[in-house]
Structure formats: C-alpha cells, structure tokens
Design a protein around this ligand. Sequence first.
Ligand code: SAM
Length: 251
Amino acid sequence: TSFGFRTVKTGEKARLVRSVFDSVASKYDLMNDLMSGGVHRVWKSVFLDRIGPQPGEQLIDVAGGTGDIAAGFLKRADERPSAERKAPAKAVICDINYEMLKAGETRPDMIALGERLTRVTGDAENLPFPDKSFDTYTIAFGIRNVTDMDAALSNAYRVLKPGGRFFCLEFSHPITEGLQKAYDAYSFSVIPWLGEKVADDRDSYQYLVESIRKFPAQEAFAARINKAGFAQVKYENLSAGVAAIHSGWRV
Ligand code: SAM
C-alpha cells in the first residue's frame, strides 16, 4: 500500500470534518452497523449493482474511508465471466483523512486485494490525479462533508475519462412527511446517544445528523451535478429517500 501526500486545508468546516473523522476512525465500521441496523450494507450493495463493475476498469473512490466501495467494486469485477480473459480491475481509495484509510488497511478483505487497491490521502476538491485518469468515480457518504461541493463535482468530472461515470451514494430526504418525522425522532435522539455510548463522542454524531439535514434534496443535488458538466444525470431513492444514488456520465 502506498500513501500519497497529505492535504492541509483551513476553514471552519474542513477543520470540523477532520476532527470528526479523526475521532471516529477506529469505531467507524461498527458505528455504521449500529446506527443503520446494517442497512448501509444493503445500500452499498445496491450502489455496486448500479455501477456494474467490469474487469479492466480503473476506479477512484473518493472519501473512500475504510474502503467498502472500492473493495466491493474489485470483488464484483472479479466475478464477471470475462474476468479470466481480461486484466483485473484496479481501485484507488482517496480520503482526506489518513486515520480513516489506516483503519481499513488491516481488514482481511482489504489485505486479500493486495496491490490492486491503492490508498492516497487527498482532498475531493483538489484531487491529486491527472485529468481523464479513471473509468468510474464513486463517492459514498462523502460529498456531504466537503466544504465546496461544486469544486468536488468539477474535480470528479476532470479526473474521469470521456465516457466515464460518476456515482454518488448519500443520505437524502425521506419522501413522505410521516417518514421524515420518524426519521428525525430517531436521528436526533438515538444517533447522538449511540455516539456517546459506543464511540464516546456525542458531538461528532450530532454533527452527522445536522449535516444530513442541511444537504440538498434529490432534485437540487441532481441539478448541481448537471451544472458540473455531467450528462444524463439521474437519481434513485433508497429506503424511501433516507439515502439516494445519483449518477451521471462524463461525455
Ligand atoms: N465512503 C466510506 C463509506 O461509505 O463507508 C466512508 C464515508 S465517511 C462517512 C466520510 C469520509 O469522507 C471520511 O473518511 C472523511 O475523512 C472523508 N472526507 C471528508 N472530507 C473530505 C474531502 N474534502 N476530501 C476527501 N475526503 C473527505
């Protein structure tokens, strides 16, 4: 595994996000399971279904954290019937936080992927890769945390090859008022409580809940992706809008 350089960024949100993920890194995978009752695994699996990884492809998984998406991508590409004839897929996990990358590095499923999985520290807003480098760009539960989302989307466009695809999995907004109410009740009480009990860090999980509320709704976010240059932008709600998959093509 090779590590790139560290990007240091100032600004209030960037500092806050850094401290949140420094603090939660070691408990990150466990907390995901507890908070979502394991549902995040289902969402990630649907996300990979939609992506349809192929042998020979180059993935960049931005804000990749411990690496669920990148590892899932490689495993699925390997399962394709054409995998025996083609070069294996490769993936780069890029995350601004070294602690998150490190927390994933020791997982047995990651070790098994060896050199096909590379970890690089870098900022979604200023990715340390040349233009037109990748076939697929993914960002799962990451774009909500970046300070300048439009800069991150432009960077996604920049590093994709023409014909490359952008996929984002993110918390979104439940599609009915009843569900929104139930969801608010859960997230404003249970999540900070779990954060305190399991990770000894109520504030970071309070931040998580607030950042989800502030994130643009499905249509508004699709419009931002379109503004960054992507074509055929669409989205799909998961769990009635608790999360959504947005996608687009670089032409
Ligand atoms: N994609 C992983 C997953 O689905 O399990 C991790 C998601 S985690 C909620 C969000 C990640 O975004 C953290 O690892 C954090 O360090 C990273 N992050 C936050 N701001 C970033 C930025 N500007 N550039 C790159 N990564 C960033």
